[in-house]
Design a protein around this ligand. Structure first.
Ligand SMILES: Nc1ncnc2c1ncn2[C@@H]1O[C@H](COP(=O)(O)OP(=O)(O)OP(=O)(O)O)[C@@H](O)[C@H]1O
Length: 297
């Protein structure tokens, strides 16, 4: 196991009769972005709270670098909680420097680091404003600074991209890349599957508190039902009669197909030769949205 990876083993949390997180195990490897996805109420926030020690697990454990996570170790983790938690009536810079000092960063360095990150997120001119005067997206940018400052050893970010405009998303992506380049594991939750697909090297999909899929997106794409796009010489209606081939959609000569195995693919081609030929047959990689729908169906 890589030394600076996050490992979650058998994590479980009940609230009365509800098992919100049910025997969840996964690894967020060092130096990689791991996307944590799942519908509303799937258990993402509850899992992240347990990782950060905000909530006690009913069962299971959290390890970092091979060791059980202690309170001291958690001080070196950057966390963006769902409930955010900035003081509305304090100026942005004062507040961030205060939070940085709580993490043990000396005042001059804290100030320089905070000003640099505010600048990179387009907030340089707003550092003296009270947080409550900022738009929600700009408050979110301040939260990002709060989570990322101080050279954290791990990042746990609950919906860090929600409410950000495209420029801020790009700024955030660049910042996260700097942390993964240092070997830091980054776990972030999101409902924006296009963004997760673009960014993540690892993916954990949760449903009703359970892990439904866990791995590299390319592996999950291969494990999913492979679809093919076929363009026939004439009307492609004949594809419906080929054993092992499921026609998802047929529109004139173009068909979208799920092919069970290689033998079915050969049957499809043989049938095509008898029915006016096959002009094109292309395997299609499922998108993350398709994988997500399949594994959470
Ligand atoms: N303190 C609590 N007391 C009782 N139930 C809770 C508590 N916290 C969470 N839950 C329940 O646990 C389940 C998982 O909630 P959680 O917030 O972890 O989901 P989530 O995946 O983060 O959802 P969302 O995407 O909507 O933020 C939900 O059914 C929620 O109502």
């Amino acid at each position: 196991m890589d030394n600076d990876s996050l490992e979650v083993r058998g994590l479980t949390r009940t609230f009365g009769d509800l098992t919100a997180v049910d025997d969840v195990s996964f690894t967020a490897p060092a130096g990689l972005l791991t996307g944590f996805v799942g519908g509303n109420g799937a258990g993402k926030t509850t899992t992240m709270r347990m990782i950060m020690g905000v909530l006690a697990p009913t069962a299971g454990e959290v390890r970092f670098g091979g060791d059980p996570v202690t309170r001291t170790a958690r001080r070196a983790f950057g966390y963006m909680p769902e409930e955010r938690g900035l003081y509305p009536k304090q100026p942005v810079l004062d507040q961030l420097v205060y939070l940085a000092r709580l993490r043990g960063i000396a005042a001059p360095r804290a100030r320089a680091e905070v000003l640099d990150m505010l600048d990179r997120l387009g907030l340089a001119g707003r550092s003296k404003e009270h947080v409550e005067k900022l738009s929600l997206g700009n408050q979110q940018r301040v939260q990002i600074v709060a989570a990322l400052m101080g050279t954290p050893r791990m990042l746990v970010l609950d919906e860090p991209f929600s409410g950000l405009d495209p420029a801020a998303v790009d700024g955030m992506v660049d910042l996260l890349a700097e942390h993964t380049a240092r070997g830091v594991p980054v776990l972030f939750s999101s409902h924006q599957l296009d963004l997760v697909e673009r960014l993540c090297e690892r993916l954990v999909i949760l449903k009703s508190g359970r892990v439904m899929a866990d791995g590299a997106p390319a592996d999950l794409q291969q494990a999913g039902a492979l679809r093919h796009r076929l363009v026939a010489g004439g009307d492609a209606g004949w594809v419906r009669g080929v054993p092992g081939v499921h026609a998802v959609d047929v529109d004139g000569p173009v068909a979208l197909l799920e092919v069970a195995d290689d033998a079915s693919l050969q049957r499809l081609l043989a049938a095509g030769l008898e029915r006016g030929g096959v002009r094109e047959l292309t395997p299609l990689k499922p998108t993350l949205a398709q994988i997500y729908r399949e594994v959470t169906a």
